[in-house]
Ligand binder design. Structure first.
Ligand code: DWN
Length: 418
């Protein structure tokens, strides 16, 4: 169930340098029942390395995809209003950019609960979702988004192509970081695209991760941490040209990569390649002190929370996020510090966070229980959460953000920014 790689997931180079060893961690979306928590949970090594040849940051451990994205996979995209708006804008922009119509086909890889494809369908554009997680796939079908509940790979691409299906647009948001066989995944996109088709791939940006110390976004689902330098080489290996790239604030900073079989690299790609070289992303030195910075966050977060507990304060958390599992398990923030975690996702409520024995409750528990402080584990949606929880704040509740450095929010100003 666990493979430890010794070569790069993209270019197969053995020149992998250790960036950070997070130790034995539970699976970040493996929420557990109280009984399962009592019995103990599986843990797996989590080791981050940097490939000196193609500059891809990645983890060495591969947990079987069927285990990560199986029947109990709890992540549903539609529990974030900001993500839904972001996705709608993405769809409308693509419809305009590619002049999509009823004769087009849009395929989404990791289509989840249909959160994105429904926007194309509303405009009469044929879609096909592909997602191996049964829960979200069923939710997509329920709103009328046709979905294949399978893992996407080059074999499926060949099968679809033999059935006469070729894509004008392939959307792959927050999935190319999750793929054990990265090359086969990209080869599959290349096979499925029309000659004038394009793929758009959105992933958290490794530069934002390193610079904002977003170490909690490192977990077994995220096998790769992409950059323009690494993606341009990965795409080229499979006949796709990375021709455009744009930075997005979502998920702590992401890049949207545009690729296609008959395209030319545009100015933005050339600029990012030059900037990444100049910033040092292509050299291991850039990643060398990341571990020390993570340790200082761990020390400060524990100092802050233990201090508040010593004052008799009650602390809860917001967001049973996968990143919240890495943050709490790596820093040692467990049931001795947190009374409960709240989350809007009904599929998570009633379960425990992985590894720390903390129950997940509906968000209404914040105002009902009025803990003194709430640690925002889903810090990437801070403003949406603060807007939503104004009543808790108005009654004197206080908020703590852990990333980019642990801090109590002095003034709660919510803006339209993500
Ligand atoms: O790559 C992935 C990212 C995109 O999403 C997946 N592998 C897994 C998942 O990671 P995550 O769980 O860290 O993602 P989120 O979307 O940052 O998690 C936010 C959590 O907070 C969700 O459980 C939903 C919840 N939430 C909430 O309860 N109220 C979110 C918002 C915005 C809210 O208002």
């Amino acid at each position: 169930m666990l493979e430890i790689r010794t070569t790069c997931r993209s270019c197969s180079s053995p020149e992998l340098e250790l960036v950070l060893n997070l130790g034995e961690m539970p699976l970040s979306d493996a929420l557990v029942t109280p009984e399962e928590y009592a019995k103990g949970e599986d843990r797996y090594g989590l080791t981050v390395v940097f490939c000196r040849r193609c500059c891809l940051m990645q983890i060495k451990e591969t947990v079987e995809a069927e285990v990560l994205f199986g029947a109990d996979y709890p992540y549903y995209s539609s529990f974030s209003d900001y993500l839904l708006q972001h996705s709608r804008e993405n769809a409308l922009q693509l419809i305009e950019r590619q002049k999509l119509s009823g004769a087009s086909l849009v395929v989404e890889l990791a289509s989840n609960d249909g959160y994105l494809l429904k926007n194309f369908q509303e405009k009469g554009i044929p879609v096909l979702g592909i997602d191996p997680a049964p829960g979200p796939a069923a939710a997509a079908e329920k709103i009328g988004v046709p979905t294949l509940c399978e893992f996407f790979d080059s074999e499926m691409a060949r099968r679809l192509r033999s059935e006469g299906k070729r894509a004008d647009v392939i959307v792959a948001n927050n999935v190319m970081a999750h793929i054990p066989d990265l090359n086969d995944f990209v080869e599959g996109m290349s096979i499925l695209l029309k000659e004038d088709g394009i793929c758009t791939v959105e992933n958290p940006y490794v530069k934002d991760l390193i610079e904002n110390c977003e170490f909690d976004t490192i977990y077994h689902e995220h096998q790769c941490y992409h950059s323009v330098t690494a993606v341009s080489q990965l795409f080229a290996r499979h006949g796709l040209t990375l021709f455009d790239v744009e930075h997005l604030p979502i998920h702590g900073g992401s890049l949207r990569y545009y690729g296609g079989p008959n395209q030319e690299a545009g100015e933005a790609v050339k600029r990012y390649l030059a900037e990444e070289e100049a910033a040092g992303l292509t050299s291991f030195d850039y990643y060398r002190d990341f571990g020390q910075r993570v340790e200082s966050i761990k020390t400060e977060l524990i100092r802050l929370l233990r201090g508040l507990k010593a004052e008799g304060k009650r602390i809860a958390a917001y967001g049973a996020a996968a990143k919240g599992s890495t943050l709490t398990n790596y820093t040692g923030v467990d049931h001795e510090l947190l009374d409960f975690v709240v989350d809007r996702n009904v599929h998570k409520q009633g379960l425990y966070m992985p590894g720390i024995g903390v129950p997940i409750r509906p968000v209404e528990a914040l105002v009902e229980e009025m803990p003194d402080y709430v640690l925002i584990l889903a810090w990437n949606f801070k403003d949406e959460i603060l807007r939503q929880q104004a009543e808790y704040t108005g009654k004197g509740g206080q908020w703590i953000v852990p990333i980019p450095y642990p801090a109590v929010l002095e003034t709660v100003e919510t803006t339209s920014q993500p």
